[in-house]
Design a protein. Structure first.
Ligand code: TXA
Ligand code: MG
Length: 325
């Protein structure tokens, strides 16, 4: 399929393709999304093919105003209203009752829908031009890291979609925080850059209360949780402190390392070192770093693991999945 590359100033052209049932990759503040009109089930079916995504894994629906939200969702539970007021537009997805008119394929047959009102200017301009809600998973082939730059989006989706919007690098670089409701209680189903601490503060509960424990049997509340994600081609191994590095088996590998800067460690000269001033910068560049290290031919990525609090929870979640631990 021929894929048009559309400058960010021309989102109107990209929106015209959505209205005709096309697939368009567009930037958001989290990661690039692979969008189709949420009310066009044939177009939504093409998303699953383009990504190689299992059909039981529902899509996040993107809106840019209250009218579009009402077309997608039913009544929002009170905590969802509080979170919406606090964090939208922004990197938070809420699992809420679905509007019966929303095609089943979008929600993989669930009675709930994941909705997000992004804050990226390009995403908002695009959604406004579309004039319809846009279903969009991350624009990676299933299992691979999500694209956070135009170059990565092109690498993943050229030839698979009708157009890619040549947008900015994603500000957050990690997928949105997902909050769902289990027996009416708000739970974090996927950590993101809006932290548990921030969500607990808005809801007046404890961080502990928000922890979701997946059932050992039956369908998980978020189908995507069961799939392997975020894996670069290289093997990923994790470490917390540079003192652990000598013990990690690197024999026969071309090694890339992701770490905070400022450590006094002397690293082998042939390692590719990507270092970051703080965890925010590390999280922002995590997937782009995986992409770069794969491109440099690294076969082993040693990635520093943050403490699991604040933004560290989301980074550690993605790293552990990438490392398969
Ligand atoms: O930041 C993001 O959320 C990006 C950008 C493009 O918005 N999108 C994204 O979508 O990460 P995706 O499809 O890669 O991840 C969506 C996750 C999946 O794990 C899916 O199972 C879960 O959301 N999900 C979607 N609808 C759901 C629902 N009704 N109930 C529970 N989980 C749901
Ligand atoms: Mg994804």
């Amino acid at each position: 399929m021929k894929t048009q590359l559309i400058p960010a100033e021309q989102v109107k052209e990209a929106a015209a393709l959505i209205k005709k049932g096309g697939l368009v990759v567009f930037p958001t503040e989290t990661v690039y999304g692979l969008g189709a009109s949420a009310f066009n089930p044939v177009a939504c079916a093409r998303i699953f093919t383009a990504k190689g995504r299992p059909s039981d894994n529902p899509l996040i629906v993107h809106v840019s105003n209250e009218a579009l939200l009402a077309e997608v969702a039913g009544n929002l539970p009170e905590p969802a209203v509080m979170l919406k007021k606090a964090f939208w537009p922004g990197p938070l997805s809420l699992i809420v009752p679905k509007n019966p008119n929303l095609p089943e394929i979008v929600t993989a047959g669930l009675t709930t829908v994941a909705v997000r009102w992004p804050r990226s200017k390009t995403a908002l301009a695009f959604l406004e031009e579309c004039g319809t809600a846009v279903a969009a998973p991350s624009a990676n082939v299933s299992g691979a890291p999500s694209p956070t730059t135009f170059e990565m989006a092109k690498g993943a989706m050229l030839g698979r979609v009708d157009a890619i919007v040549a947008g900015e690098d994603c500000e957050e670089g990690l997928e949105s925080t997902i909050v769902g409701f289990v027996d009416g209680q708000p739970k974090i189903l996927r950590p993101g850059s809006i932290t548990s601490e921030q969500i607990a503060a808005v809801l007046g509960c404890s961080v502990q209360d928000l922890i979701y424990r997946a059932p050992t049997e039956g369908r998980p509340v978020s189908p995507g949780l069961k799939y392997t994600h975020y894996k670069p081609s290289a093997t990923v191994r994790l470490f917390r402190a540079v003192e652990e590095l000598p013990a990690l088996a690197v024999e026969g590998h071309k090694v890339g390392i992701l770490m905070l800067s400022g450590s006094a460690a002397t690293l082998p000269e042939d390692w590719v070192v990507l270092d970051f001033a703080d965890w925010k910068g590390y999280g922002h560049s995590l997937y782009a770093s995986f992409f770069d290290l794969d491109r440099f031919g690294c076969t082993l990525i040693l990635a520093q693991l943050p403490d699991e609090e604040g933004l560290g929870t989301a980074i550690a979640n993605r790293l552990k999945k990438a490392a398969g631990v």
